[in-house]
Design a protein around this ligand. Structure first.
Ligand code: ZN
Length: 410
């Protein structure tokens, strides 16, 4: 991997377009100058054009040289990649994605929109609509239905683009250490956020307070009554009113922390007043809440699916080779005979209602699977096991003990 990092650094150094862009800009400037002198003096046309010839040719040569370097960088990196990751055939007989090209295109377009690559998304959609992909039915997978291509065209690009553009605008301002657009968004959506139990609106306001508190030397804002300790206090008086119920403790900590102004670093309030990582955290929370209120996940589904796929691939390749060697077959549909451990962030939580207590499971009362494979909530399991130790599964004749059950992460 280190060797590959080295190659990547080389690629970054060599395959840099800035030199080519500068050289192209130079050519454009030369052409524009020539046009201006011709416009201002028609008689100078031939001499201006003659004078232009040599510089223009060397300009183009330079651009070509720049591009050669870039091509070389790319081809070297490609070779390094091939060397480190030799091509292996995928262990599938069928290309499952081939049966749903419209959905795949939709996911790709959606990904670009979510990444703020609006122009790329528009071009991609235009081209995909000009050349509608042809589904190739895949045995063993649900095959395309007529409605699928409609799904693709019904993607409301303008609306999505407008929303994500708004999100990126706010994120850009956060990057420039300007909280106002984010606070304004949170204020407008205050009710929805609170319903979700989100702290975002308060967190943004708290950061604004701390940011002002740190004063002009840190925040670079004008040194006036709206900045520094006085500005922060004023901000709190004007904006913290609605937070006093839910965030009283936090506000008290801010107030007490102010007393340590001269020595915050060594005070117990150091963490609250340290803004180093807070900006990134706040940006991440904002993205998450913004996407949630839009009814979207915080990460692009394509990104999640591709990453989960990359994590699962080695296991799947191994599984395929074992199945082939032993000439067995795995026939249960939509279920794998092996576990694929995924990071917590990629584990999503469907709802599970305990069939015994009829209660929805929670983190404190998670679903537990008994050795027979039946699942009930932890509290029901303990209640059943309490009296007799060993107990019969409520759904089948198997007997087990509570300690034999395993927690299910759903
Ligand atoms: Zn059972």
């Amino acid at each position: 991997m280190d060797a590959l990092q080295l190659e990547l650094a080389k690629l970054r150094r060599d395959a840099n377009l800035s030199q080519s862009i500068q050289d192209v800009d130079n050519i454009i400037a030369q052409l524009e100058n020539a046009r201006e002198s011709i416009v201002s003096d028609r008689n100078s046309t031939s001499i201006t054009l003659a004078k232009l010839q040599n510089p223009l040719k060397s300009g183009f040569d330079k651009v070509n040289d720049d591009l050669k370097k870039i091509h070389k960088g790319h081809s070297n990196y490609g070779k390094a990649l091939d060397k480190h990751f030799p091509v292996k055939a995928l262990p599938t007989e069928y290309d499952a994605l081939a049966s749903h090209p419209s959905l795949i295109n939709r996911a790709i377009a959606m990904h670009f929109l979510r990444e703020g690559q609006f122009q790329v998304a528009t071009t991609f959609l235009d081209e995909a609509l000009d050349n509608p992909p042809q589904p190739v039915p895949t045995p063993g997978t649900p095959n395309p239905s007529a409605s699928e291509s409609e799904d693709f065209t019904s993607l409301n690009v303008e609306e999505l683009q407008a929303k994500f553009a708004n999100m990126y605008e706010v994120l850009r301002e956060l990057k420039n250490r300007n909280l106002h657009p984010a606070i304004e968004w949170a204020r407008i959506n205050s009710h929805e956020l609170e319903k979700r139990g989100s702290n975002l609106e308060y967190e943004l306001n708290q950061l604004q307070f701390v940011w002002l508190f740190q004063g002009p030397q840190v925040n670079g804002l004008p040194d006036d009554a709206n900045n520094g300790v006085g500005g922060a206090l004023r901000y709190a008086r004007e904006n913290f009113g609605s937070f006093q119920g839910r965030f009283q403790r936090h506000i008290q900590q801010l107030a007490t922390g102010m007393a340590f102004k001269s020595n915050l670093k060594d005070s117990p309030y150091q963490r609250i007043f340290n803004t180093e990582t807070v900006w990134d955290d706040v940006s991440a929370s904002f993205t998450r809440e913004f996407c949630t209120l839009m009814g979207r996940s915080a990460d692009s589904p394509l990104y999640t699916a591709a990453t989960a796929g990359v994590i699962a691939l080695p296991t799947l390749i191994k599984l395929a080779s074992i199945v082939k060697e032993k000439r067995t077959e795995w026939t249960t549909q939509n279920e794998l005979p092996v576990e694929i451990p995924l990071p917590r962030s990629m584990i999503f939580h469907p709802i599970f209602v305990c069939p015994v207590s009829k209660e929805q499971t929670t983190e404190e009362n998670p679903p537990m699977m008994m050795p027979c494979g039946h699942v009930i909530a932890k509290e029901s399991l303990n209640r059943l096991g309490l009296r007799v130790g060993r107990f019969k599964c409520p759904y089948c004749p198997n007997e087990s003990q509570p300690k034999d059950a395993r927690e299910l992460i759903m």
